[in-house]
Design a protein around this ligand. Structure first.
Ligand code: PLP
Length: 288
């Protein structure tokens, strides 16, 4: 049992555990030179294997968008089980599955690895919520239709723009970001999906607006439905966000955080509902 990161390389010859303190990636890997690859982040709670279907579907869709080979679900599942086995079960783990285009000038074999490490403790922020600024992503909400090479909606390794947006939020004194489209729609966070509540309806933007299909958003919809609220995908105008009854940013490892301040204006927060949502999300992650 370890509390240090576990790194597994998925080679054509088999899965190999390697020393996390040693370099494992060639500097000529397409992932390193161009961010050319795909990934998934998975939360492991209490040492339990989470439901993987939606994640593998998304990893496969991302790989397809980048013309990468079909993923081998059985091998990824085996690697995940090995990484869970290696850790103390009381720890929450944040697991990354990554696959790149391989080595520049190589034979095209993807480089694939799994990194499992104790997750950051987000208990405080789940309770306190976050302040958010809206930032223009620079694309229209239908940009993905005419320009699939933008890879909107694929979970690819080039997260530099997302990280830059978070630094801009920090410069503006905020914790997080809601991206907007040039035609005025609210989209998603740099590492999270957006949920809004208006009365007894909870909405999230649809994937046709060029955003990632959120697995946490899907689980959160089931939670709200269990509470008698209606859920739906809908275009959400950025200028209407301030009038919503609640906003959340949701993602696998951090789970749900309420937005308590939007563009320097206070937003209503339902602390009890947020706590129940987070309990539900943790329960769903343990449910396989
Ligand atoms: N949108 C973006 C851009 C993300 O990076 C993420 C997660 O990393 C999400 C949404 C939320 O996805 P999930 O709930 O599957 O973690």
């Amino acid at each position: 049992m370890t509390s240090t990161p576990v790194v597994l390389l998925l080679k054509p010859s088999g899965i190999r555990q390697v020393d996390p303190r040693q370099p494992q990636l060639a500097v000529t890997d397409w992932g390193a030179t161009s961010g050319d690859g795909v990934f998934e982040s998975i939360s492991i709670i209490d040492g339990r294997m989470p439901p993987l279907g939606a994640r593998f579907d998304r990893l496969e869709a991302s790989a397809r968008a980048l013309d990468l080979p079909v993923i081998d679900r059985a091998r990824w599942t085996e690697a995940l089980a090995m990484s869970i086995e290696a850790h103390d079960p009381v720890q929450r783990l944040a697991v990354t599955l990554a696959m790149t285009r391989g080595i520049e000038g190589g034979d095209g074999t993807p480089t694939a690895w799994l990194l499992a490490r104790p997750a950051r403790d987000f208990t405080g922020i789940r309770r306190s919520g976050v302040s958010v600024v809206t930032l223009d992503r620079g694309y229209a909400s239908d940009a993905a239709d005419g320009a699939p090479w933008l890879l909107l909606g694929a979970k690819h390794l080039s997260y530099a723009t997302n990280a830059a947006a978070l630094r801009e939020a920090s410069r503006r004194g905020a914790d997080d970001v809601i991206f907007t489209s040039t035609d005025g729609l609210a989209l998603e966070g740099p590492t999270s999906s957006l949920l809004v509540r208006r009365g007894d309806v909870v909405e999230s933007p649809g994937v046709e607006s060029g955003i990632l299909a959120g697995t946490t958003q899907a689980t959160a919809f089931r939670f709200f439905e269990s509470r008698g609220l209606r859920t739906r995908f809908a275009p959400i105008r950025a200028r209407d966000l301030a009038d919503c009854d609640a906003l959340w940013l949701v993602s696998s490892v951090r789970q749900a955080v309420a937005v308590h301040t939007l563009d320097a204006q206070p937003m209503p927060v339902d602390g009890d509902l947020t706590a129940e949502l987070n309990d539900w999300l943790a329960g769903a992650a343990r449910s396989e």
